[in-house]
Structure formats: C-alpha cells, structure tokens
Design a binder for this molecule. Sequence first.
Ligand SMILES: [Zn+2]
Length: 75
Amino acid sequence: MKCPFCDTEMLAGYLNCGTMIWSERKHKVSMLPGLKEKYALHLEAPLLHPHYIESHICPKCKKLILDASDYENNL
Ligand SMILES: [Zn+2]
C-alpha cells in the first residue's frame, strides 16, 4: 500500500494498544462516549488486553492507516 500523503510504500503491522476511543473531544476521565457526543468509535476488543489492530504506517511521514470497520461506534 502506498501512502496517500507522500507516496512512500507503507509497512504492515499492528497498533498495540489497550482500551482506546476515537472521539471529536478529549476523554480525560472515562472512555465511554457522552450523550452529546456526535461520534465515538471504540478501538478495543472486550476481555482482550493488550489488543492488536492491523494497520499500515508510513515510515517517512508517519501517517497511520487502520481499518476500524469491525469496531463498535455510538451511532
Ligand atoms: Zn507518507
């Protein structure tokens, strides 16, 4: 896969993580989405810690691309 930003060949690997949430705001206390939150995506697998998300990274500009289609969002 070529990096869509700088066209360098990307490296396949894993984002090694615990509980993560992608959100439009900073979650300083809880990893649960709030009622006013328009969109939040949980990047975790319950009961599996640590967790590994398949992804590609650009070694040059360090952009990271991951497929989160298997994860739950709040919509
Ligand atoms: Zn790049």
